[in-house]
Ligand binder design. Structure first.
Ligand SMILES: Nc1nc2c(c(=O)[nH]1)N=C([C@H](O)[C@@H](O)CO)CN2
Length: 126
């Protein structure tokens, strides 16, 4: 299975559990890996036959603009549902980082993996 990736996408949103976080916008930094089969798009040179990473980035910022959550967990899970609903994504790995949330840490956040990899019959891959 081939994979399309998006690295270090910065999105602004309202996110956080504390009262002061409910009144400001903060940046999240996202990495995505999206499983797909690029062969038909490559054979025909046709964007419609692959996952359009620009359209996916645009959808992510639109999602961030129209939702506000307390937890990065909720943001990640709901964004994943949204992307899998709007694009033909059978499997994805999403990393969400919240820069500056813990000043003494280089980074905090989470990574989730959802869906199945067709050619591996659902077995997880690194
Ligand atoms: N597992 C999580 N822990 C924490 C979260 C979170 O979203 N998931 N959020 C916060 C605060 O909002 C923090 O980012 C503010 O600095 C604390 N812990």
């Amino acid at each position: 299975m081939d994979r399309i990736f998006i690295e270090a996408l910065e999105v602004d949103t309202i996110i956080g559990v504390y009262d002061w976080e409910r009144t400001i916008h903060q940046s999240l930094r996202l990495d995505l890996i999206l499983a797909t089969d690029i062969r038909s798009a490559a054979a025909t040179d046709d964007l419609r036959l692959t996952l359009d990473y620009a359209a996916i980035c645009q959808r992510i910022q639109q999602f961030a603009d129209t939702h506000d959550f307390a937890l990065v967990e909720t943001f990640a899970e709901r964004l994943t549902d949204c992307l899998r609903n709007d694009f033909p994504i059978s499997w994805l790995r999403l990393t969400v980082r919240k820069p500056g949330a813990v000043p003494s840490a280089a980074s905090v956040g989470l990574e989730i993996t959802r869906g199945t990899l067709p050619e591996t019959h659902g077995a997880p891959q690194p």
